[in-house]
Design a protein around this ligand. Structure first.
Ligand code: NAD
Ligand code: TDX
Length: 351
């Protein structure tokens, strides 16, 4: 049995990862560490304690907590770490950058320090979940490869880039067995309703206008969360020490086109609901430093890891929209005071 620490396992990608890897990797025991910030939700992991009694446990802990993290490493004798924990929302990083430095940089370095102490043999791996945003913005042409120079635009992406540089320094200086994955925009169930797709679904279901930043021509490259997580498992098992792997599904969409797809899908799924009205798009003030386009070239992961995204956008977005319609209680329970405060601050000029 392999004992694996998954940080940020109560968030969107992390919780999907925990569920998927418990199902697919019968010889893995997963220990989740999560501070349960506004984005972390124990409900995302409902049922796992009963279903996987001996292969799953949860610890409420901050990755910055030196004593707590070192004690956990001492007790659990991990075979590897997969670090999903992060402050992950670009707009929040623009409103308040400091916590992004604290969690994404200092927190990652704290985990690296614990790994340096407890991972004496080079077999034990530290996998850092990074992002395509470290590469900055593209124009109309080209794609990010692992050779593209890092050039982050937002406090969020600057913090993720700094973390990547520390991870790489730990392999060069201390010989730590590290791998980094950089994935494009994820979508799927359990995504916090501040990110584009779930936010637009929530607004549409509440008959609120859909705020599209700028002229809506910015391009994002989309992957279904399970495909990202299959790539994560491959990188953890097959990646070469000190290497970076881009993960993506070659699925670029302009924001405005994506929002129109969401509207059409909602209309189709809700034709029988009398209270559902045609959602209105509202072009609002642009995000400062808004990256124009992302495009991931996943050739290296395909070639070296055997990675291949399997879920088509059509299938993934239909599943996602149905999930948010059927799980209205899940996102309604999240819309707390803090969420309302954030939305008010972020979209105050959007009215
Ligand atoms: P998320 O915000 O949904 O979840 C983050 C999780 O980390 C939450 O459960 C939160 O409670 C936890 N966390 C935050 N600070 C913590 C701390 N100090 N200590 C312990 N736990 C803490 O984020 P997500 O979208 O699931 O992203 C997961 C990872 O994937 C992040 O590292 C992010 O940078 C990366 N990533 C995300 C995307 C995307 O499209 N969402 C794309 C590429 C990479
Ligand atoms: O209300 C909105 N209106 C809008 O036009 C929101 C929330 C977003 N947008 C635009 C901004 C982006 O161009 O939609 C695009 C996607 O926005 P987000 O969902 O905030 O994602 P993005 O900024 O692209 O970052 C995401 O992908 C990379 C994740 O949040 C990061 O964690 C990941 O690293």
């Amino acid at each position: 049995m392999k004992n694996i620490l998954v940080t940020g396992g109560a968030g969107f990608i992390g919780s999907n990862f925990v569920r998927r890897s418990l199902k697919l990797k019968k010889d893995w025991r997963i220990v989740v560490l999560d501070a349960l910030t506004y984005a972390g939700n124990l409900e995302n992991l409902n049922g796992l304690e009963d279903e996987y009694k001996d292969r799953y446990s949860f610890n409420k802990l901050d990755i910055k907590d030196k004593e707590g993290v070192f004690k956990l490493f001492e007790r659990e004798n991990f075979d590897g770490v997969i670090n999903f924990a992060a402050e992950s929302h670009v707009d929040r990083s623009i409103l308040g950058p400091l916590i992004f430095v604290e969690t994404n940089v200092l927190g990652t370095v704290n985990l690296l320090e614990a790994s340096r102490k407890y991972f004496k043999d080079g077999e034990k791996r530290f996998l850092q979940i990074s992002t395509d945003e470290v590469y900055g913005a593209l124009g109309e042409d080209g794609s990010f490869t692992e050779e593209t120079k890092v050039d982050p635009s937002s406090p969020y992406s600057a913090s993720k880039t700094s973390a990547d540089l520390f991870v790489l320094a730990y392999t060069r200086t201390y010989g730590l067995n590290v791998v980094i994955t950089r994935c494009c925009n994820n979508y799927g169930p359990y995504q916090f309703p501040e990110k584009l797709i779930p936010f637009m679904i929530k607004r549409a279901l509440d008959n609120e206008p859909l705020p599209v930043y700028g002229d809506g021509r910015n391009v994002r490259d989309w992957i279904y969360v399970d495909d990202h997580n299959d790539g994560t498992i491959l990188a953890f098992e097959k990646g070469k020490i000190g290497e970076v792997y881009n993960l993506g599904a070659r699925c670029e969409k302009r924001n405005i086109d994506l929002v129109k797809i969401i509207i059409e899908k909602l209309k189709n799924n809700l034709k029988d609901r009398k209270d559902f009205k045609e959602p209105q798009i509202n072009f609002v003030k642009d995000r400062p430093g808004h990256d124009f386009r992302y495009s991931i070239d996943p050739s290296k992961a395909e070639r070296e890891l055997g990675f291949k995204a399997k879920v088509s956008f059509e299938e993934g977005i239909e599943k996602t929209i149905k999930w948010y319609i059927e799980n209205e209680g899940w996102w309604r329970r999240i819309i707390s005071g803090e969420y309302l405060e954030y939305v008010k601050k972020q979209y105050e000029d959007a009215k």
